[in-house]
Design a protein around this ligand. Structure first.
Ligand code: PAN
Ligand code: ZN
Length: 193
């Protein structure tokens, strides 16, 4: 076996206080403007963008690509906050490859994992630290931070799974997670038909 540099094992360290891996690899930051099609209250979205366009979440990821595999590790840190009455959340996506699952592991904070098929079957899992969810192929997935601190989760997936954001950008998930009387509550998403 002729080993290349990328075929050697890699070990990383997760910092529980920061909610980050070290060494950090690539990172992506998403602000309110990056999620403007997603939040239901368009006026609140515009107002927040004008007030400085706050950070909603960051993704740090390791490709771990070798000559034979592409198992990736990502960590997502969602800030606490709301746009209008709707909690900060990830954009949400289907995988471009239809046979690709994913594992999510909640390591900080609390919230919900929303999942949905293209036909509109909807499921939500309540998350606390330690919750591990398996997302089967063909289910779109989004995480919502309903707490007062950052929500951090670790994701394990194949890079070749890819992302398909289209259907979620267009009409979202069937239900929105909004604050009612200081508590998270699901309401029907009027945009979903
Ligand atoms: C995750 C997500 C990450 C950010 O790594 O990509 O949590 O969410 P969005 O991609 O929906 O903005 C994953 O599910 N990868 O497949
Ligand atoms: Zn995914």
């Amino acid at each position: 076996m002729n080993l290349k540099k990328e075929d050697y094992p890699v070990t990383v360290l997760y910092d529980f206080d920061l909610g980050e891996f070290s060494p950090k690899e690539r990172s992506v930051a998403r602000k309110v403007s990056d999620l403007s099609p997603m939040f239901h209250d368009k006026a609140a979205t515009e107002a927040l963008i004008k007030q400085g366009d706050p950070l909603v979440y960051e993704i740090f990821y390791y490709g771990f690509k070798t000559s034979l595999s592409d198992m990736a590790l990502g960590t997502t840190r969602i800030q606490p906050g709301k746009v209008g009455d709707e909690y900060y959340m990830t954009k949400g996506h289907f995988h471009a490859a239809e046979n690709q699952p994913e594992i999510y592991f909640c390591v900080k904070g609390q919230g919900n994992l929303l999942m949905q098929t293209i036909e509109g079957e909807f499921l939500a899992e309540r998350w606390k630290v330690g919750t591990i969810s398996h997302i089967p192929p063909m289910w779109a997935h989004r995480v919502v931070n309903t707490g007062n601190e950052p929500l951090v989760f670790v994701a394990s997936y194949h890079l070749s799974a890819g992302h398909n954001y289209g259907p979620i950008e267009e009409k979202g998930f069937r239900k929105l997670l909004v604050e009612r009387n200081g508590k998270p509550e699901f309401v029907l998403n009027e945009q979903w038909k």
